[in-house]
Design a protein around this ligand. Structure first.
Ligand SMILES: [Zn+2]
Ligand SMILES: [Zn+2]
Length: 426
């Protein structure tokens, strides 16, 4: 079935133009002005709306198998679509851990049955994510994983990280590192600084994250291998990666909307939705993250969507789990705080949310171009919204941004040329 999207502001690689997009089956057939309507076409009038490549989230937690009370593949991929994501890559910290081809097969077949957003599977680096024995990366790659990570936990042992980096490179798999030295973090809960002192919550030095970023970048440099740093949150973390990129190290990295939208002031009310790992940082870090996004040091924006039950988040700060539900606020936060705030244009935002993550994962797509996969998200950037987490499609209603006034609404989502039903505010 051909789909004709008329008169939208289409975000292309180097420009935004008012034109039409025509799909043919799963592919984009043509992007041009005034494409003639034919009776065989389904027509979407996108006048006044912005047409973007579907967002690709290379870091989220879908919680299935094992934690279906927090989220499952069906609810998570529906929530992803609602947020404008046509594809997501899920982390392996499930129960059982995704460290074996049978679990990979289960996740991918469940995702195919659900037929919402596409799911790419990330396998564990080590068995059970315990950091002791390498996982069977080759067998998992044959089953379809796109990367390896022990996310949720750091790989503490430096020699183990060396072996992972080398082994992943042999299989052309991207290693994604969750950086935090547990010995430096020493059980801390929030960013170390004035707000930690005021609240009496134990702090985590920025160096806990930065020391491991430095270690992993140096290992990749020594071994001439790829490394991807997850959720960079500090000014010095950005500087270490910028410096490495200037030396030609094969490093890429990501950050999340919460690291450029909020600071650790959010913990002053003991709001457990502000308990995130790495922790929310200070104003200088937020500025450095935005600078890194603008100068190309930071390659991708990911959600680190971390759904939890309200019961878990209603515990005392020290006992609540880390993370914020991310799919359904990501675009609004990016548009409001990056584009509307004047830091970047829509083309750069589209690279950060779609093209770059697709390139890093080597999965194709992520751009609006004839011949590319027809994964398309239509947004109304200037639509005001008040975030109401109780209305999230995700089972995870734990949003740091509940009640925030933002701009940007996702209106329609097309995956492989087929429009999906999504929940909108109107
Ligand atoms: Zn992580
Ligand atoms: Zn994560």
């Amino acid at each position: 079935m051909a789909l004709l999207i008329k008169n939208g502001i289409v975000v292309l690689g180097e420009s935004c133009e008012v034109c039409d997009v025509l799909t043919d089956g799963k592919r984009i057939a043509k992007i041009a002005k005034n494409i003639r309507e034919e009776s065989a076409f389904d027509v979407i009038d996108a006048s006044g709306l912005t047409v973007m490549a579907g967002f690709v989230d290379m870091h989220c937690h879908l919680r299935e198998p094992g934690f279906e009370y927090k989220e499952d593949i069906a609810s998570g991929t529906r929530a992803a679509l609602t947020g404008g994501f046509t594809a997501v890559a899920c982390m392996p910290n499930t129960d059982p851990v995704i460290d074996d081809k049978s679990v990979v097969r289960y996740v991918l077949s469940r995702a195919a049955e659900c037929d919402n957003a596409k799911v790419y599977c990330i396998g564990a680096m080590t068995k059970g994510q315990e950091g002791k024995i390498l996982s069977d990366m080759g067998a998992m790659k044959d089953e379809g994983i796109v990367a390896v990570s022990d996310d949720g936990r750091p790989v503490e042992n430096g020699n183990m990280m060396r072996l992972i980096t080398e082994y992943a490179e042999t299989f052309s798999l991207l290693p994604i590192s969750h950086c935090e030295c547990p010995d430096i973090a020493d059980g801390g809960l929030v960013n170390e600084g004035l707000n930690a002192t005021i609240t009496g919550l134990k702090g985590i030095l920025r160096a806990a994250e930065e020391a491991m970023i430095a270690r992993d970048v140096l290992l990749a440099e020594s071994l001439n291998a790829r490394i991807h740093i997850a959720h960079v949150s500090t000014k010095t973390g950005v500087a270490i990666i910028r410096d490495a990129k200037n030396r030609g190290v094969r490093v890429t990295c990501e950050t999340c909307p919460h690291y450029f939208s909020a600071t650790d002031d959010e913990i002053l009310s003991f709001n457990t939705n502000a308990k995130i790992n790495p922790p929310l940082r200070g104003e200088a870090d937020v500025a450095a993250i935005i600078e890194g996004l603008c100068d190309g040091t930071i390659d991708a924006i990911v959600t680190d969507h971390a759904p939890h039950s309200l019961e878990e988040k209603n515990r005392e700060f020290a006992y609540a789990p880390n993370g914020t539900s991310g799919f359904e606020t990501a675009f609004s936060l990016c548009y409001t705080n990056l584009v509307r705030a004047g830091h970047m244009d829509m083309m750069r935002l589209s690279r950060l949310m779609s093209a770059n993550p697709s390139k890093i994962l080597r999965v194709g797509g992520g751009e609006l171009r004839a011949g590319e996969t027809a994964d398309i998200t239509i947004v109304d950037p200037e639509a005001p919204r008040v975030v109401d987490a109780s209305r999230f499609v995700s089972k995870g209603k734990n949003s740091l941004f509940d009640g925030w006034k933002l701009f940007g609404a996702v209106k329609r989502v097309i995956v492989d040329g087929v429009e999906k039903e999504i929940k909108t505010d109107d």
